[in-house]
Design a binder for this molecule. Structure first.
Ligand code: OFO
Length: 161
């Protein structure tokens, strides 16, 4: 595998851990604010991100490439509202979608079809992740400052397993 592609995959492995860390920080913010359902949703999301990281780990190993480790920056810990948390989550997913798009471009550029095929799962997954967060944001927009509406969403998101 060419160095640029290998480095990009190693960086994405780290980015998935960063995502997990960010969502766990969001979960803690919700738990500490009394929204256990929203916290549950974020904890499940944090677990999914770890599973994504492992896909990169396994792929690098399967291609006989090195898995590299680096420090993970501390995520933000405070937000001004429930909506602000999901706005950040949405921006974060858009950023991840863009970086997977770039990774796929590099794979195509280098005619590494195996990596390009591997990345297709993530391309599909990102559409789903962006849609899920967008849907929650839409519900929060409808709820506005209505606490009952936010508590109903808290109950709904508490069932994510
Ligand atoms: Fe790994 O999908 Fe979100 O960031």
């Amino acid at each position: 595998m060419k160095t640029t592609l290998k480095t990009a995959l190693q960086e994405q492995f780290l980015a998935e851990y960063e995502s997990s860390y960010l969502y766990l920080a969001m979960a803690a913010y919700f738990d500490q604010s009394g929204f256990s359902g929203l916290a549950n949703w974020m904890k499940q999301q944090a677990k999914e991100e770890l599973a994504h990281a492992m896909k990169y780990y396994d792929y690098l190993i399967s291609r006989k490439e090195t898995v590299t480790f680096a420090a993970i920056a501390a995520p933000k810990a405070n937000w001004k509202s429930v909506k602000a948390v999901f706005e950040d989550a949405y921006k974060h997913e858009q950023k991840i979608t863009a970086s997977i798009g770039k990774l796929a471009d590099v794979a195509l550029d280098q005619k590494d079809h195996a990596t390009y095929a591997f990345l297709q799962w993530f391309v599909t997954e990102q559409t789903e992740e962006e849609n899920q967060v967008e849907d929650i944001l839409h519900k929060l927009q409808l709820a506005g400052d209505n606490t009952v509406g936010i508590l109903m969403l808290d109950r709904e998101l508490g069932s994510r397993a």
